[in-house]
Design a binder for this molecule. Structure first.
Ligand SMILES: Cc1ncc(COP(=O)(O)O)c(C=O)c1O
Length: 403
């Protein structure tokens, strides 16, 4: 394997993530690891707020807004188009529940979506009689686009939801074309960017999507419990939140409108921007830490990170492909993939293989179901030794199996 290019400061990055000396951590696709610099300032801010209560709140709102600005910058969006959420699942639910789709209308999605998409769709189907049409991702991009076009062109379709990157195989979907097809048939599009943001550029202007959701705890290595929903400015009024509270409606609260004589809601409306999904007291600091985590990777340089991850994951795919009985399920080219590499081993169930890698070899990864196999995540802090350690463990496991 070629060593890291001199320009990529992998040793410095790893010094900031000391747990990498203890663990072979290849599961950033589930949760990333926060580096010590960001963590120290995050813990200090949280401690201050918790110790001082409201007296310690002065800087918190400002910090919260830096999180919004960081997501907006990454997505090439305007801050007022970004709702700060707890995770990607929140964003998906806000759209599916917020559109108030009539019974009999259809939502199109794919069979490889995360449960964060499929469960809200099952609920919408049960509660409001919406129909769900699923397309398979078994085909080439060309075939996929054909079946997608045919699925959304029925006239009954109101919304399509699809991942930017499949959480199962790490394949990058042709979402630009999928969004164009949606626009041509006046179908709203929601891109699930949970596995793409931080892996390669996600530009909502270029994609032409109506809604995009994602989180901060995977490839951005931000705090758990952070996410966003991007709502294109002219789409905001299509979404009516199922939950509201102080902060999400206009005008600001006026008690005189709520009296024993009833509620005067003549001026009452959801806020006109993505704030309509934000209300109540929050752990404001989480979003400041997102801004810090994003800045950390920006300072390394996104292009350098992408090149590093491309080089390591491509080399990993080639190493896996030359091993007998191993099948790689992730596309080979970087343009069609990312830092996720999924493979299966003949005779091994994914759950058992993942367990063996973790329990016996200390290699943290995740099993996948389509196909039954294992998902490896190569991140900005992964190095050659991690990949070699994993391959050595895999060879031992395969060796045991054939003895
Ligand atoms: C493609 C995809 N969508 C959604 C999610 C759910 O993300 P969250 O936990 O932020 O709701 C995941 C998490 O693994 C994912 O991989």
């Amino acid at each position: 394997m070629n060593p890291s290019t001199d320009a990529y400061p992998i040793d410095r990055i790893r010094q900031d993530v000391p747990v990498l000396h203890e663990l072979c951590y290849l599961n950033t696709g589930t949760v990333g690891i926060m580096n010590e610099t960001v963590l120290a300032s995050h813990l200090e801010a949280i401690s201050h707020y918790e110790r001082y209560g409201h007296a310690g709140e002065a800087a918190t709102r400002e910090g919260y807004e830096t999180g919004r600005a960081a997501f907006a910058r990454l997505l090439n969006a305007r801050p007022e188009e970004i709702a700060l959420t707890r995770n990607a699942s929140d964003g998906i639910n806000y759209v599916v529940a917020g559109l108030d789709l009539p019974a009999g209308s259809t939502i199109v999605t794919t069979t490889e979506e995360h449960p964060a998409v499929l469960h809200p769709l099952a609920l919408a189907a049960r509660k409001s009689g919406v129909k769900i049409r699923m397309i398979s991702l078994d085909d080439s991009d060309e075939e996929l686009l054909k079946s997608f076009r045919s699925a959304v062109s029925g006239g009954d379709v109101k919304l399509a939801i699809f991942s930017h990157v499949s959480c199962e195989t790490g394949r990058r979907l042709p979402v630009n074309d999928m969004c164009n097809i949606c626009r041509a048939y006046e179908v709203l599009s929601l891109v699930d960017a949970a596995q793409s943001l931080g892996q390669f550029p996600v530009d909502v202007q270029q994609l032409g999507c109506d809604f995009t959701t994602g989180n901060g705890h995977k490839w951005l290595s931000g705090p758990k419990g952070t996410g966003f929903l991007h709502v294109r400015a002219d789409r905001t009024d299509l979404l009516s939140p199922s939950y509201v509270g102080d902060g999400s409606v206009e005008p600001r609260f006026d008690r005189s409108r709520f009296s024993q004589n009833g509620i005067d809601d003549s001026h009452w409306a959801f806020r006109g921007d993505a704030w309509r999904f934000e209300f109540g007291t929050r752990n404001w600091h989480l979003y400041k830490a997102i801004a810090d985590a994003v800045r950390y990777q920006e300072e390394i340089g996104w292009e350098l990170i992408y090149q590093h991850v491309d080089r390591l994951s491509t080399s990993l795919k080639h190493e896996l492909a030359i091993r007998s009985g191993v099948t790689v399920h992730t596309p080979d080219s970087w343009a069609d993939s990312c830092g996720i590499v999924t493979f299966s081993v003949d005779g091994w169930d994914g759950v058992q293989l993942a367990e063996e890698l973790w329990q016996t070899h200390n290699i943290i990864q995740r099993r996948v179901q389509i196909p039954s196999g294992v998902r490896i995540s190569v991140a900005h802090y992964t190095n050659e030794q991690d990949i070699e350690q994993f391959l050595t463990a895999l060879d031992q496991i395969r060796g045991q199996a054939s003895e």
